[in-house]
Design a protein around this ligand. Sequence first.
Ligand code: HEM
Ligand code: HEM
Length: 186
Amino acid sequence: MTTDIPASYDPLLRRIHWATAVLFIAAMLIGLYCGLQPAGTSPRRELLEVHKSLGVTLFFLAILRLIVRAATTAPPEPRSLSPLVTIAARLNHWALYAILFVMPVTGYMFSSAGGYSLRYFWTFSWPRLFADNKAVAEAGELAHGALAYVVYAVVALHIAATLWHVVVKKDETLARMWPRASRNPS
Ligand code: HEM
Ligand code: HEM
């Protein structure tokens, strides 16, 4: 009997994952830096434009990723993991997917309803879908700022869990997302 069960995620999904990882960590660190600087100062103003452009890119990558994820088969969860670890990993992945949508949406609410421009990497401006609205802008700002703490925790846990799999468990978890990391790629 032939088996169609893959050992790793779909190649396109893996590429999107690593592009997301790089862009996301950059957006997160720039956001963290900007949040610590006084409003209206330089380089906060310029860096915020980069932050917002990265955030919009991540939003569209997340849509593409969901489509690819739905259209392809994910590798089965490793049987060597306890049910508790499997559930924790699943929750962590759902939280990451949620973050990939909620952070850009709340950031956009803040920016658009607050009357700020949203230039995409020094090129065109995205339309402002919200008219000036203080309540919407404040809700977006509050949610974006509060969720930033959830983001730090969930992403740190995700990276720490990967390290635990690679260094302590020495299992194939990283190879599911990066096949060349497999100890036995055959
Ligand atoms: C996945 C995408 C995103 C992530 C992970 C992210 C993350 C963050 C983080 C960690 C902060 C610092 C929060 C603080 O210290 O208060 C921040 C601030 C900010 N973000 Fe985002 N963000 C994303 C997308 C966006 C988008 C799409 C926009 C706007 C269109 C945006 C607009 C802002 C603004 C204006 C601030 C400064 C808030 C302030 O200083 O009060 N973000 N973001
Ligand atoms: C250096 C940073 C990162 C490393 C080393 C890493 C590593 C991994 C690994 C090894 C997997 C496979 C886990 C498994 O199959 O059980 C995975 C899956 C996943 N990662 Fe990451 N990751 C990183 C950053 C991120 C970031 C920033 C996000 C999103 C904000 C993210 C979202 C996800 C999601 C949602 C999955 C589940 C697979 C899927 O359905 O797409 N990762 N990651």
